[in-house]
Design a protein around this ligand. Structure first.
Ligand code: KG4
Ligand code: ZN
Length: 388
């Protein structure tokens, strides 16, 4: 099979991204235009602003990805675009543009699930390193994939048959996603947006054992899986819940009178154009640092513990941890330590490929390209698209 160059386009949330990937195994170019600075004053992504920014950025970002790859429009073999899940208006910008381009160029267009993209970010980089290519280094199935980001905390069992991949969801968050909890806690503590990266860095300066958070409790059985979290056939559901810990942080702030210090920090940091880590540290008292470190420890323990329990319950042979929160240092260390104890190989994307990008979309499209699984021109955005 000759090499196939796929142009990927991603616009599901607050990153406008385009990339060229060769045959699902080599990143030829990867351009990510982040809107974070624009959403920062609002403490989260504002959907209308996101759509408008995607509209402004999409053409220059695609041009840059092609230029970096030394390609022109005609020399790519196919286009791939995120169909969902994500913000409907944001998705539509990428989809409309990709459709128009595919039509004008008479090239096939492939619709990709964003979550499948996060899983293929791992495969892409491992293949790029030469992994999974020989019989000694083959990828063993089933693969258990934790997709943990600002919008998702989902566990999938992934299988490959021939070229095509299929996924079974065996657990998800019942309320907030893990990244959302990082973002909301950072907002409560006046640590800016997004919360994950700053909490990651500040946590090394606090005592993670200072504040005890009770383990998250899944109170109500998932209505689709009646029976207290156990599916028929004794396949357990491995669900997560993170709205409780956010409330526990809020309660801690109230009980320990931290609000005054938080307000002072908010004022001090708002006077600094682009606060750096030193500025955050200089404006954080010991109690705040301990709270942040303890919060992160509780999140990591819960994510690692539940994922490894799922790996045991489903006899997983390989573990993938991917999505924005997979960039977290303590999370990576926790997974590396605990997986090694179980003899379970664990893989993460590099940090740039953990968060949203289009290389992962182009990579996930490659098996579909091989099997001729192309999108009809009337397909549309699906904000709640499920991965199957
Ligand atoms: O995958 P992503 O870029 O976008 C979504 O699909 O949601 O993930 C963004 C999320 C945000 O909630 C952000 O706070 C979190 O990932 N995140 C982190 C870290 N870097 C990004 N969370 C914890 N530690 C990090 N280092
Ligand atoms: Zn994502």
């Amino acid at each position: 099979m000759a090499d196939a160059y796929i142009l990927g386009i991603e616009s599901s949330c607050d990153e406008t991204a385009a990339a060229v990937v060769r045959s699902g195994e080599q990143i030829v170019s990867n351009v990510v235009f982040s809107q974070i600075a624009m959403h920062q004053p609002y403490g989260g992504v504002v959907p209308e602003l996101a759509s408008r920014e995607h509209l402004k950025a999409i053409i220059p970002v695609v041009r840059e990805a092609l230029a970096d790859a030394g390609k022109d429009y005609q020399s790519i073999d196919a286009l791939a675009v995120t169909q969902g899940p994500g913000l409907a208006g944001a998705l539509l910008v990428g989809i409309s543009y990709a459709k128009a381009l595919a039509f004008a160029l008479d090239k096939p267009l492939i619709a990709v699930n964003h979550l499948e993209g996060h899983i293929h970010a791992v495969l892409l980089e491992e293949r790029q390193k030469g992994s999974f290519s020989s019989s000694e280094h083959k990828l063993n199935f089933p693969v258990l994939a934790l997709v943990v980001s600002g919008g998702h905390t989902h566990l999938y069992l992934a299988q490959q048959q021939g070229e095509s991949w299929s996924y079974e969801n065996i657990g998800h968050t019942r309320d907030d996603a893990a990244g959302e909890a990082f973002d909301k806690v950072a907002k409560l503590l006046a640590l800016g947006y997004p919360g994950g990266p700053i909490i990651d860095k500040l946590s090394t300066h606090g005592d993670p054992t200072a504040v005890k958070f009770p383990p998250s409790q899944i109170k109500h059985p998932d209505r689709r899986h009646q029976g207290g979290g156990v599916e028929s056939g004794d396949r357990p559901r491995m669900d997560f819940s993170y709205s409780g810990i956010k409330t526990a942080v809020l309660r801690y702030i109230e009980m320990h009178g931290l609000q005054g210090a938080i307000d002072d920090r908010r004022r001090a940091l708002s006077d600094i154009a682009q606060p750096k880590l030193e500025d955050y540290i200089a404006n954080c008292d010991r109690q705040s640092l301990d709270l942040v470190a303890s919060f992160q420890r509780a999140m990591v323990d819960d994510l690692v513990g539940k994922t490894l329990a799922a790996a045991r319950a489903y006899d997983a042979a390989t573990l993938f941890v991917t999505g924005g929160v997979a960039a977290n240092n303590e999370l990576r260390q926790g997974f590396e330590r605990e997986s090694a104890m179980e003899g379970l190989p664990v893989y993460f994307p590099s940090r740039p490929l953990s968060t949203d990008n289009a290389a992962m979309i182009a990579a996930a499209a490659y098996p579909k390209f091989l099997s001729g699984d192309f999108a009809p021109l009337d397909f549309s955005a699906e904000a709640g698209l499920a991965l199957k």
